[in-house]
Write a protein that binds this ligand. Structure first.
Ligand code: TYD
Ligand code: MG
Length: 452
């Protein structure tokens, strides 16, 4: 059969018979690339006749889990690495994916496992240079600089490692396909074949995937449904901390996250993220409020900073937020004006979460309100007070989940008072509370009155 060419969107994978400037499926511009449509690229599944099986007759597969060295990494994986699972680690270039996985390789090799680390991006010497910084010692850690999929799999078959790492999936290509390396067909084919290898040989496998700046896995968005686990490795380039979290996990919850600091000797887990993010908090500063948020099951204290200053030029005052939801913040500002009688007319308002983290939890609402009013009035909030609570449109403060976890975190970091939703406080068993003063508020006005 003659090879047929099609145009495939490199962003979403949609096919089109002819070139178009804009993908009809996802609306991205200039993403269609001509590719040769290979005859059903190996596909993987052979359709042997199957029969329906009664649910109770299906056997449990004992899910064996390996532990990777870093404790928090295990948690993100849902309690360790399931054998035969395919894990995609996505992140922007330079964020530290190779570093993280080389550390995993180091720890696993130190624990008697045979590890195969395949790199299509760096030479063996470059990897060794990094390995030296990370303190890689002797152990059965094998490196392979290769991009040819068939050769990679042949080497994996030969070596039979306990864990396989492919860095990155975008560099791997199958010689059986005519499309160029990095195209979506190639990436998908490589992922499919590696998936089959992982399942057949029960070898847990990590794939590194580069993400474009808008947050999508470059090209292989379509990988997300092939692999078992999708982890995202994120951070701001000019900050040293990195956050690893699960976006999809067939073997566990997706709520856990791990925080790392990039140091001269690689990624160090941050065991106390709250202390880390508050470490540079100024004392008695106006416009600064500490909020108790929860990410996954883990509490995190963060500092919200607000700056309210008169608009210099007539015209629309500025409203800028970094790390907070812009629309939600606008709503809160409108609400404070309407319900608490403050006016932001002619004021520019800037809001920021210190340390470059972003928070998307409504439980920070109360802290945002407090920070803004503190800056407007030029009065600092009590230094040892922390806040949490969702603010509703009529100015009521609504209960949020896991109040006790939040209170305990504030207590353990030495805060003396927590201002929280009255509903949460009423529902808590006083015997569970740590030695910290808890002040419940029903409305924004009550909360503001308590302080100002
Ligand atoms: P890298 O793992 O190469 O990123 P990725 O694979 O996601 O593209 O890490 C890139 C950055 O990490 C690089 O700018 C250097 C920095 N780095 C450190 O700060 N300390 C270290 O010990 C290592 C190995 C890297
Ligand atoms: Mg890399």
């Amino acid at each position: 059969m003659k090879d047929k060419t099609v145009f495939i969107c490199q962003s979403c994978g949609a096919h089109s018979p002819k070139w178009m400037g804009r993908c009809h499926a996802c609306g991205e511009w200039n993403t269609l690339v001509e590719e040769v449509e290979d005859e059903a690229p190996s596909g993987g599944i052979s359709y042997a006749p199957t029969e329906p099986v009664l649910y109770k007759d299906i056997q449990d597969i004992p899910r064996q889990r390996l532990t990777v060295g870093i404790e928090d990494f295990n948690k993100v994986l849902g309690g360790g690495l399931v054998s035969g699972s395919l894990v995609l680690v996505g992140g922007e270039p330079g964020i530290g994916k190779s570093t993280l996985l080389l550390q995993v390789a180091r720890d696993m090799a130190a624990g008697e496992a045979t590890v195969l680390y395949v790199s299509g991006e760096e030479s063996l010497e470059q990897i060794k240079l990094r390995g030296d910084r990370l303190g890689v010692r002797d152990g059965r850690l094998f490196l392979l600089a290769e991009t040819n999929l068939e050769r990679i799999l042949a080497q994996a078959e030969r070596l039979a490692p306990n864990i396989l790492i492919v860095d990155s999936i975008q560099t791997v290509f199958s010689a059986k396909m005519t499309s160029g390396p990095g195209t979506i067909s190639q990436v998908r084919e490589a992922a499919n074949q590696i998936f089959r290898y992982a399942k057949n040989r029960q070898v847990p496998t990590f794939l590194v995937g580069h993400i474009t700046k808008d947050g999508t896995l470059a090209g292989p968005k379509s990988l997300e449904h092939i692999v078992d686990v999708v982890l995202l490795f994120e951070g701001e380039r000019d900050h040293s901390h990195r956050v690893l979290r699960a976006m999809k996990n067939r073997f566990g919850p997706v709520s856990e996250l791990a925080v790392f600091e990039m140091t001269a000797a690689g990624l160090q887990p941050i065991l106390n993220p709250s202390a880390f993010f508050l470490r540079e908090r100024p004392r008695e500063e106006v416009g600064s409020a500490v909020v108790c948020t929860v990410k996954g099951t883990r509490p995190l204290l963060a500092e919200i900073q607000a700056l309210v200053s008169s608009t210099l030029f007539t015209g629309n005052p500025r409203r800028m937020t970094i790390g907070l939801d812009h629309y939600r913040t606008a709503m809160l500002l409108a609400l404070v004006e309407k319900k608490a009688g403050y006016s932001f007319a002619g004021e520019d308002i800037y809001l920021n979460v210190a340390g470059g983290i972003s928070i998307d939890e409504p439980a920070v609402d109360l802290g945002v309100v407090m920070a803004v009013v503190s800056s407007l009035k030029n009065v600092p909030l009590p230094q040892d007070m922390a806040f949490f609570g969702e603010v509703g449109l009529s100015g009521e403060i609504r209960s949020v989940n896991q109040p006790l976890v939040r209170i305990k975190e504030a207590h353990s970091l030495g805060f003396g008072t927590v201002l929280l939703p009255a509903g949460n406080l009423a529902a808590l068993d006083k015997n569970d509370l740590p030695a910290i003063q808890c002040v419940g508020a029903k409305t924004v006005r009550q909360a503001l009155d308590h302080i100002f």
